[in-house]
Design a binder for this molecule. Sequence first.
Ligand code: GAP
Length: 456
Amino acid sequence: MVKLDDLVQFAKTTGYIFQGSELYGGLANTYDYGPLGSKLKRNIKEAWIKKFQKETPYNVLVDTSILLNPEVWVASGHVGGFSDPLTECKNCNQRFRADQLITQHDSQVNADGWSLEKMSSYLAEHKVTCPNCGQSNWLPIKKFNMMFETHQGVVMDSASKIYLRPETAQGIFINFKQIQRTTRNRLPFGVCQVGKSFRNEITPGNFIFRTREFEQMEMEFFCKPGTELEWFKYWKSFCMDWLVNLGMKKDHLRFDDHRLEELSHYSNATTDIQFEFPWGFDELWGIASRTDYDLRAHQNHAAQNLEYLDPQTNEKFLPYVVEPAVGVERLVLAFLLDAYETEALDDGTTRQVLRIHPALAPYKVAVLPLVKKLHKEQAEAIYMMLSKHVDAVFDETQSIGKRYRRQDSIGTYLCVTIDHDTEETETVTVRHRDTMAQDRVKIKDLVSYIEERIQY
Ligand code: GAP
């Protein structure tokens, strides 16, 4: 697989992803998505909505606020417990997450859910060293709350304190009753949401893998208690299939099922889909069976009944929930790493090709006049025709060979070339990114030819 530094460079030079605020010297761990990256992100979100909501008739889509009543976060446990264990090297004053130091020290040890005392003893007993200066001298571990605080209105006192949401899920739970009432959906059904989340991470890094501002795609799937483990299994394979059907290589993916003792207190089953990043397998997608923990917490804290009335049995109960939650940027990174390839050609040269699924490719088709002076007008007309149906790009600079290579490297799925025969025969050449094979296609058939090949 490609090295992370090479991918960062590729993303920057092609217009996928830029360092955030670069003009002002940058802002650490922030990124801007350029002309290609913004389309890739949008396509990933659309592919997710297509499968999780549109093609799953009992699921619906919502878009809730980033700013919520702070009591939401008290009820959900985030104010009290959404923290990471923070420690500091006494020698160089660098700060780290204690659980990550432990896993870096021994990859077989997962300190998730350990008490602060247990982590402190481990650091001391195993003489875990500072990744920055190599000393082993740690300050006591503290809990560091990752919620981003801000203030609403003109007065900055404690009464005006609110939070940027650290997950999109709670916006769904607090609207459960209204969604169910207005859709009249019966259990089971899912509520999907795509939106920004914010976490004041202690150690962001690995490019866009862990950042403080990111987008999540979460679904809360509400079902009858007792059926949740079946649904958990169902959504687990649904998520994996979504990745594989979008071209991700199976051997870059695996499940990491959490053992009983690793489960959060509210969960009776959890797994992560891990992707093989350049630093090893790491979490891409979390799938958790969350019981009725969240609905019950809001029911109690808001003193409002959130029960569901089963129209068949007349029973009232709080639904159980299965939640697949994934980060859009993590998917961007995984899809780019998975697709980036340097291919050796028969003539001894190499070509850079991004073999990304056509549904995700920023451009489905590039329109290329063979000779700028002669074919520009016809090419522009074809571009205008195609761009009404698919994402297209017009490319007229440099030789045709160089343009093919450029489009291959950014993942454009097809290249349409307008040449000397186009006018007379009303045909164009269509070249395929993956095979480099070429077809001659009638202009009138071009849209359906392309649409058939980019179906997902
Ligand atoms: N509602 C459950 C929840 O938010 P999570 O495991 O904390 O669960 C779900 O987050 C997914 O969101 C992760 O698997 C990851 O893909 C993404 N994610 C979480 N924190 C992130 C961060 N700081 N930067 C980028 N993506 C993140």
